[in-house]
Every structure is written in C-alpha cells, then in structure tokens.
Design a protein around this ligand. Structure first.
Ligand SMILES: [Ca+2]
Ligand SMILES: [Ca+2]
Ligand SMILES: [Ca+2]
Length: 413
C-alpha cells in the first residue's frame, strides 16, 4: 500500500500576527447544482437551496466570536449517526488534496433526512470555492486503475459555493435539513471535492483547499476503515481502487466528519430577510438567528409609515404536525409588531400574533397545530413570515425604528 505523509495540526493559541486571522463565522451557502435520488427512485434537484452554516477555526483556538453556537446547531432532537471528530489533533495531507473519498458506516439513520453535516477544510487562499459532495452506496472490487471503484449512479451529488475566507483550518457545520438528503444504506462512500466556483460543479480542482482528517482518534459513532481514496493518479474526480491510501498504523485515515439526522423537531433560522417596507439601518440576516441583543433594525420610510420584513426558510418536510414561530423585538418609541405567516392554500398572509413593543425587548411565540402544513409550500417546502411593525398612532414620531433580535420557526413532524 502507498502511504501518505500527514501534517498534524496542533491546537495552539498564537498571538495576533499581521494579516487576516481565521475567525469563527456564520452565513448561508447556496446550492449551486446537484440532485438527490430519493428512496422511491425520484431524482430531485437541490439547486438554489439556501443552507445556513457555522464555521470555527480549529488549528488555532477559536477567536473573534463572542456569540454562542445558535440553537439551530444544538438541536436536541437530532441524533448523531456518525462522528469522526476528536476535537483536537487534526491532520492534512502533505501535498495537494482537493479531492478524496472516505468510507463511512453510519450508526443508524438509514432513510432519515440529514440535519447537520460537519467537515473540515484547510483554506490556503482567500477566494470563493465550490465544495462538492458525492455519496455512493456500493464499492465494486476488481475494476482496476482508471475506473471508478464506486457505482456510477450516485445517491446524491451537490455542491455549495463557499465565500472567500481568511486562510486557516476550519471545522464547518452546515444545516442541510432543507435539502432532505437521506441515504439508503448504512455503509456509504462520500467524496469531498474543492473546486473553482463554476455553478455546474465541474470547475477545476482548487489545490489551495484541502480536506482535514480526524487523524489522532478513532471514529466515536459509526466506523470507518483505516484508509481512504486519495484522488491523485490522476486527479480527475474518479476514485479507482488503486488510489486507496492511508497514513500508517499510528494514524486514522478518516475525514473529519460528523453527521446528525433530523429528529421530530427542527429549528429553522431565516435563510433570507427582505425589507419590504422601510430601510435597513442596522444589523444583517445573521443577527436574526440569535437572541443576543444584536438587532436587525429597520426604520420607516416616512412619518407614520409601518415597516415590513419578509423572512423565508425551508422546512425539511411539507407535511408537519405543528409550527411555532418566535420573534423578539423592541422599539425605543413603542408601537406594535404583527407576526404574519404566509398561507400557501389561500395565497395570503394570516396574522397569527401581535406584540406591544417597548424600549425593553419583548417576545412573542405562537404555535399552530390546526393544519400547520398550510404554512409550508407543498412544492418546494418554503416557509415565509412577515413582521409588520407600526409606530404608535397618536403621537407624531418622525422616525420610527423596529429592532428585531431574533425570529424563526420550530416545526415538528
Ligand atoms: Ca483519480
Ligand atoms: Ca477511512
Ligand atoms: Ca440578535
């Protein structure tokens, strides 16, 4: 067997040096291309889905973030079915590694939609790149060099474009619930590729990006053999049986990866926020994910005018048992906040809650149990809410600002 050299990334807290430092960050990645083959054989496109993510530096101690990990990543009802993340002692190949594949045996979760996908990337250049994942369910021995050792028809294959990020080593968790991706068998073969951000997923391999390995400890949930497929002979996105490799007996040849599957309850953060009336004067989308007194602030366009913010996300299922919507907001000059959910059966918003605003943050939470699926688009599973804030009617307030701390959905199914 060939044997690759490994660079182990030691956990170290270095002092600040010149240049951009890796920092924890959050955002939304859009699926550039791809499909999933559902259990009934239907092939479904994933293109255009917006998936929230959370990234933290892992070579140095996490720096630059004072925010807690949001609830969407600590969903207690989700179940870990694979965990190759020792929390320290990660490694990268001493050489290019924009394309490799690992075998994973999941501890359950067959047929259950994935919730969180955690992986590692060593970013060597600050530029956009595409991350492509291809899952196969069958390994075929004896096909020899130049021929894929895995069935040609992938279970799923999709890619997201990751934004330019300060060079460093990161552990990234993406909330993939909206994609509704599941696997048909507990043994899967998962390729991870880093490419130029062509929206068809066929861009050149980006050798500045490398996969991170959980090289110092065993897989703690599920299993993986002590090898992987290193796509180098040639580097072509085809993993043939001669490309299997390892780091020797003292290291674990497994991608850094964790997978959870959805439980019966999911928290959904807004993937988009659009100011329909008024002007955005502070904060951004991510501020709406956290109850942390960092606000998404919208000012009215003219005295007396209301403001309106439209939020969208995507439910993992079109058929749900309940929908809860929660919002936390304040306004220095008081006023009223109306929460509206878009009813896809009547094609109109339904007002579901009102909140009297004050200069101290207030919260409102409403749970819909009577036909909650009417608030989910049956075709694409989108959910939409509108927050309408109005200044007090009997006072002449020229400028009125609505400050929203968080807003989001919880669904059960
Ligand atoms: Ca190859
Ligand atoms: Ca392995
Ligand atoms: Ca906030």
């Amino acid at each position: 067997l060939p044997r690759l050299f490994l660079i182990v990334l030691f956990l170290c807290a270095l002092g600040a040096a010149a240049g951009a430092q890796p920092v924890a960050h959050h955002g939304v990645v859009e699926v550039a291309f791809g499909y999933v083959r559902d259990a009934d054989g239907t092939v479904r496109s994933l293109k255009g889905l917006k998936l929230p993510y959370y990234a933290e530096p892992i070579q140095a101690a996490p720096v630059g973030s004072t925010r807690p990990v949001p609830e969407v990543w600590t969903d207690r009802s989700s179940t870990t079915v694979y965990n190759a993340d020792s929390g320290t002692g990660y490694g990268i190949v001493d050489g290019a590694d924009p394309s490799s594949l690992d075998d994973l045996v999941l501890a359950g979760g067959v047929g259950v939609p994935w919730k969180h996908l955690t992986f590692g990337v060593d970013i060597g250049a600050q530029r956009n790149f595409l991350i492509r994942w291809i899952v196969y369910d069958t390994y075929v021995q004896g096909l020899g060099p130049g021929v894929s050792a895995f069935t040609q028809s992938a279970v799923w294959d999709f890619g997201v474009i990751y934004p330019a990020t300060a060079p460093g080593t990161y552990k990234i968790t993406i909330d993939v619930a909206a994609a509704g991706i599941a696997v048909p068998t507990s043994t899967i073969y998962m390729a991870q590729q880093f490419r130029a951000p062509n929206p068809n997923g066929q861009g050149a391999f980006d050798t500045a990006m490398k996969t991170v390995y959980n090289s110092s400890g065993p897989v703690s949930v599920g299993t993986s053999q002590n090898n992987f497929w290193y796509d180098h002979d040639p580097l072509d996105g085809i993993y043939d049986e001669t490309e299997t490799d390892w780091f020797g007996e003292q290291s674990f040849a497994n991608h850094l990866r964790a997978i959870t599957v959805a439980g019966t309850q999911d928290n959904l953060v807004p993937a988009t926020a659009t100011v329909e009336q008024g002007l955005l004067v502070g904060g951004d989308l991510i501020d709406l994910w956290y109850s942390d007194n960092q606000f998404y602030s919208v000012r009215n366009a003219a005295p007396g005018d209301p403001v309106a913010i439209v939020l969208e996300s995507q439910s993992p299922s079109a058929s749900i048992l309940s929908m809860t919507f929660r919002a936390e907001a304040k306004s220095l000059q008081q006023g009223v906040l109306k929460v509206e959910l878009f009813n896809y059966q009547t094609n109109a918003y339904d007002e579901v809650a009102t909140l009297n605003l004050s200069n101290v943050k207030q919260s409102t939470q409403v749970t819909i149990t009577n036909n909650p699926s009417k608030y989910v688009n049956s075709a694409n599973r989108r959910v939409r809410a509108r927050l309408v804030g109005s200044p007090p009617p009997l006072r002449s307030i020229r400028t009125w600002i609505l400050d929203v701390d968080m807003a989001g959905w919880t669904i059960t199914r």
